[in-house]
Design a protein around this ligand. Structure first.
Ligand code: PFF
Length: 423
């Protein structure tokens, strides 16, 4: 990760690069499909606004105020070791997260090679290729270069998605898909829809595991935190909705089931590309871009752990990269195998367990802890001062933010948790 971001735009792009990834294009559509479409979208947007956005800002404040990684940041601000568990949980969460995330990045490699060579390697090879790309970038320290490249390429991903939108919307019977995505059927709102929506908010915004906090540690004091958070959240939400509009009309028109699950995007999109002139070229380009979007996210996850071993355990950086990579290889290979076999633990494959544990537990608990710490334990005048640096903090915004992190975020997360566990 960069040591200091040179421009304000660079920060927005790096944080957006972490946020925009498989979560938007792969996970959002399949969860929306499984959880009632419009009903899910509505709850998801509420979660983004009232839980996601305040936690992004909380992580920004803690990160920039301390200028440290998650563990050290909490030590610096609290002046004690009482919050160490939070820093450790962030590191563990980062490792578990990348171990299943890289498997999906491997699916992009698989579909890329299918679209170019009409043949694919075994899944474990695809996972390892994706991981090699990720580690190569971190090893050679070219994240800055990648950020620059992704600044150029991400708009291209959006353009291809928009082309898919046009194609998808002009398929016969596509209106059904739009209706599905934008008309909430309130009878579909259940505790598990809330649980899915909140986990998606954490997943897609890269919050609750100190990733946004780490980025903020590299921000300058004249960076407007509120504007930056709004832009990152805005871009991320926009990409997810555009992906939804690209997918659901095609799902209905081409006779797929919206509730197909994790394979949804990978089975529907090739069918849409097949209906487009020059579709095979766009398909190759699309998977390349999606893979890049995935890698800009996965490097930020591994960085949470690398920074810990490097700064906290005084391990040379390359040794930290080797150690974390070794752990990730073992876990991600196990995840890949678990996806393709019937072996499971209490009804879930290892892959599902990692997704479940990170986005439904660790990240919400992490986000809750960051919000509670800032809202109830850290001196309010310091938080206010940090938010004011580089921005024109309006009193109404300050009060809304404060009471959101003090009351709304904790109640929402706990209620969804308890409900989800009882359901
Ligand atoms: N936000 C990324 C996505 O939507 O694909 C995933 C992610 C990146 C989660 C970085 C967590 C993280 F630290």
């Amino acid at each position: 990760m960069a040591n200091k971001f040179a421009t304000k735009f660079g920060v927005v792009m790096a944080a957006a690069g972490s946020a925009v990834g498989l979560g938007n294009v792969w996970r959002f559509p399949y969860l929306a499909g499984q959880n009632g479409g419009g009903a899910f979208l509505l709850i998801y947007l509420v979660c983004i606004l009232f839980v996601g956005m305040p936690i992004v800002l909380s992580e920004f404040v803690i990160g920039r105020r301390s200028g440290q990684n998650a563990l050290e940041a909490m030590r610096t601000l609290s002046g004690s070791h009482r919050w160490d568990w939070l820093g450790i949980m962030c590191v563990v969460c980062g490792i578990l997260f990348i171990s299943f995330y890289i498997v999906i990045a491997g699916w992009c490699v698989r579909y890329l090679s299918l679209s170019i060579f009409h043949a694919a390697l075994p899944d474990i090879a695809n996972t390892l290729i994706a991981l090699a790309l990720n580690v190569g970038i971190i090893w050679f320290g070219v994240e800055k270069g990648i950020e620059r490249i992704s600044t150029l390429l991400m708009p291209l991903l959006l353009i291809i998605l928009l082309m898919l939108v046009i194609r998808s919307l002009t398929l016969p019977g596509s209106g059904e898909g739009l209706k599905f995505l934008f008309t909430p059927d309130f009878s579909k709102i259940t505790p598990s829809v809330f649980m899915a929506a909140i986990s998606q908010a954490f997943f897609t915004l890269s919050i609750g595991l100190g990733c946004m906090l780490t980025y903020a540690a590299y921000m300058k004091k004249n960076q407007n935190l509120i504007a930056t958070a709004t832009q990152v959240v805005g871009i991320d939400t926009l990409v997810a909705i555009v992906a939804g509009i690209a997918i659901f009309p095609a799902v209905f028109s081409l006779g797929f089931s919206p509730a197909e699950g994790p394979q949804l995007v990978f089975s529907v999109l090739p069918a849409v590309f097949a209906e487009m002139p020059g579709g095979s070229i766009f398909m190759v380009l699309f998977y390349i871009l999606l893979l890049i979007a995935a890698i800009t996210s996965s490097i930020s996850m591994q960085e949470v752990a690398v920074a810990y071993f490097d700064e906290q355990r005084h391990m040379p950086r390359r040794k930290a990269i080797l150690l974390t990579t070794g752990i990730i290889i073992v876990l991600s290979v196990l995840c890949t195998i678990s996806c393709n076999s019937s072996i499971n633990l209490c009804g879930r494959s290892l892959f599902d367990w990692f997704d479940y544990l990170t986005s439904k537990f660790m990240m919400p608990i992490g986000g809750l802890a960051f919000a509670i710490y800032l809202g109830w334990f850290y001196p309010l005048k310091d938080t206010r001062e940090e938010l004011q640096q580089g921005s024109n903090l309006k009193p109404w915004f300050w009060h809304t933010f404060l009471w959101t992190i003090r009351i709304i975020v904790p109640i929402a997360i706990l209620a969804i948790f308890i409900n989800g566990l009882l359901a």
